[in-house]
Design a protein around this ligand. Structure first.
Ligand code: GDP
Ligand code: MG
Length: 473
C-alpha cells in the first residue's frame, strides 16, 4: 500500500497540471490498495469522497497560482496536501472519536475484571497472557481464569502460558459449566485482592447462538469491568460483520486486534472500529508473550501506509527549511540548473538524519530506504553512521564534484568480458579504506547520487528532485 501510494503521489508532483483528473487517478490507486488491505468497501468509498471534497478546492487554488509559483513547489504542495488528507481520513477511521468510552486503565487497589470474547482462533488465550504480563509489569497483581470448557486442551494451553509468564491462574479439567468456573475463579481471586482478573472464554468456530448465550451468562455472572473483543487481524472483510455481531451480543468496550505481524493487512481492524465505534487498545504482533503493542491511530496508519508520521514529518521539514532558508533556496536554484553534487547529497542526507526516526523517514523517499534504512532502528542508524564516514573520507574537491571523478573513463572494450565488474576505481577504494566501509557501500552511495543527479539534470530542477522539495517544504 505504501509503495503504491508513494508512486501515485510521485506522479502527481511530477505532472505539469494538478487537477481533478490527477487527484482522481491518485485516489483510484489508493482506494484499490485500501480494498486489497481489506478495508470495508463502503468505508473506502466514503474516504475517497471525503478526501476529494477536502482537497479539490485547495488543489484548484494551487493550480491557479501556479503561474507565479515555482512548479516543483506547486507539485510538491499538491502531493503533501493529498497525502495528508488521506492520512488524516484513515486516522479518523481508527479513532473512534470523543463519544467513545474512555480508555480502560486498571488501577492498583481494587479488583477489575476483564473478559475476553471472540471467535475460536482469534488469539484470546494468547492475548490473555500477554495482557496479564503487560499489567504485571506495571505493578498490578494479575490472575487468569480459564472459562473455556468447550475446546479440549484449552485449560492446558492457558496453564502453560500462565506458568511461563508467572501469572496465577484458575481452571478445571472436570467442571464443564463455564459460568460456574468463571465465577469460582473470579471470586477466588477477588477474595485474594487481585487488581486485575482476566477471564478467557471459548470461541467456537461460528457465531452461533449458543456461543453468544454462554458469553452473556458469563458476563452476567462475573460482571466484567471491561469486555474485550479479540479480533483476528487477518480475517479481512469479515471483520465488520463479526465485530457488529459481538458488539450487539456483548457490548464490548475495547478491541484487541491480533496477528498484525508479518503480512497481515490490518484493514479489517479499521473496519471493525468504524462499525462499532469502539477503540482498539492493543495489537498483537506475534506469538510471543511480549508481542503486544499499545494501539495508537497515527502510528498504526503510518505503518499501514508504509510511511512515517506524515503530519509530523511535514511539520519537521518545514521547521528545518525555516531554520535554514538560504540553504534550501540555494538547493532549489542549483536544481533548476540541473546541478547536484556529491555534497548536495550529503547535506540532504544530513537533513533527513536530523529529522528523526530513520526507518519512518527513509521509507518516504524513493531509493532512500535501501540505502539508509534497515530492518530495525538500530540497524538504520548504524548504516547512517557508515554513510557519514564515507562522506567524511571524501576530499573537498570530490564532494563538490558531480561524482564523475569516482568513475573511470570508459575504456576500449576488451576481449575478456565474462568477468563482470573490473577493478574498483582508485578513489572509491581509498574512500572505502579511509571510512572503514566496503567498496560496495561506497559504490551504492555513489549510484544513489548518480540517480539523483540524473533526475536533477533531466528535470532541470522542475519536479524530479523529491529530496529537495521535501526540504523546501
Ligand atoms: P483463541 O482460540 O482465541 O484462544 O486463540 P489462541 O490464543 O489459541 O490463538 C490461536 C493461534 O493464533 C495460536 O497459534 C496463536 O499462537 C496465534 N496467535 C495469537 N495471537 C497472535 C499474534 O498476534 N500473532 C501471531 N502471529 N499469531 C498469534
Ligand atoms: Mg482459547
Amino acid at each position: 500500500l505504501g509503495r503504491r501510494l508513494n508512486s501515485a503521489l510521485q506522479s502527481v508532483s511530477a505532472s505539469s497540471t494538478i487537477d481533478e483528473q490527477a487527484l482522481d487517478a491518485v485516489l483510484k490507486t489508493v482506494c484499490s490498495a485500501l480494498l486489497e488491505s481489506d478495508v470495508n468497501v463502503l468505508l473506502v468509498k466514503r474516504t475517497r469522497e471525503r478526501v476529494k471534497r477536502q482537497v479539490l478546492p485547495q488543489l484548484e487554488e494551487i493550480q491557479h497560482k501556479q503561474g507565479t509559483d515555482h512548479d516543483a513547489m506547486a507539485g510538491n504542495k499538491a502531493k503533501q496536501l493529498i497525502h495528508k488528507a488521506i492520512f488524516d481520513e484513515l486516522v479518523a477511521l481508527v479513532d473512534p472519536g470523543d463519544d467513545a468510552p474512555p480508555a480502560f486503565n486498571p488501577v492498583k487497589g481494587k479488583t477489575q475484571v476483564i473478559m475476553m470474547v471472540g471467535l475460536q482462533g482469534a488469539g484470546k488465550t494468547t492475548t490473555c497472557t500477554k495482557l496479564a504480563t503487560h499489567y504485571q509489569r506495571r505493578g498490578l497483581k494479575v490472575a487468569l481464569v480459564c472459562a473455556d470448557t468447550f475446546r479440549a486442551g484449552a485449560f492446558d494451553q492457558l496453564k502453560q502460558n500462565a506458568t511461563r509468564a508467572k501469572v496465577p491462574f484458575f481452571g478445571s479439567y472436570t467442571e464443564t459449566d463455564p459460568v460456574s468456573i468463571s465465577l469460582q475463579g473470579v471470586n477466588k481471586f477477588r477474595a485474594e485482592r487481585f487488581d486485575v482478573i482476566i477471564v478467557d472464554t471459548s470461541g467456537r468456530h461460528r457465531q452461533e447462538s449458543e456461543l453468544f448465550d454462554e458469553m452473556c451468562q458469563i458476563q452476567d455472572a462475573v460482571e466484567p469491568d471491561m469486555t474485550v473483543l479479540v479480533l483476528d487481524g487477518a480475517i479481512g472483510q469479515a471483520a465488520e460483520a463479526q465485530s457488529e455481531a459481538f458488539k450487539e451480543a456483548s457490548n464490548f468496550g475495547a478491541i484487541i486486534v491480533t496477528k498484525l505481524d508479518g503480512h497481515a493487512k490490518g484493514g479489517g481492524a479499521i473496519s471493525a472500529v468504524a462499525a462499532t465505534h469502539t477503540p482498539i487498545i492493543f495489537i498483537g504482533t506475534g506469538e510471543h508473550l511480549h508481542d503486544l503493542e499499545k494501539f495508537a491511530p497515527r502510528p498504526f496508519i503510518s505503518k499501514m501506509l508504509g510511511m512515517g508520521d506524515m503530519q509530523g514529518l511535514v511539520e519537521r521539514a518545514q521547521e528545518m527549511a525555516m531554520a535554514n532558508p538560504e540553504r534550501q533556496e540555494n538547493m532549489m536554484k542549483k536544481l533548476e540548473k540541473g546541478e547536484f553534487t556529491v555534497r548536495d547529497l550529503k547535506e540532504q542526507m544530513q537533513t533527513i538524519m536530523n529529522m528523526g526516526p530513520l526507518s519512518n523517514l527513509t521509507s518516504m523517499i524513493p531509493g532512500m530506504s535501501g540505502l539508509m534504512g534497515g530492518d530495525t532502528e538500530a540497524e538504520a542508524s548504524k548504516r547512517m553512521k557508515r554513510i557519514a564516514f564515507i562522506f567524511d573520507s571524501m576530499t573537498t574537491a570530490e564532494l563538490d564534484s558531480d561524482g564523475s571523478v569516482f568513475r573511470d573513463p570508459p575504456k576500449a572494450p576488451k576481449a575478456d568480458k565474462g568477468k563482470g565488474k573490473g577493478k574498483p576505481n582508485a578513489r572509491v577504494l581509498r574512500v572505502a579504506r579511509g571510512s572503514g566501509t566496503s567498496v560496495e557501500e561506497v559504490e551504492q552511495l555513489l549510484a544513489q547520487h548518480q540517480m539523483f543527479s540524473k533526475m536533477a539534470k533531466r528535470m532541470g530542477g522542475k519536479n524530479g528532485m523529491c529530496l529537495a522539495q521535501r526540504g523546501a517544504g
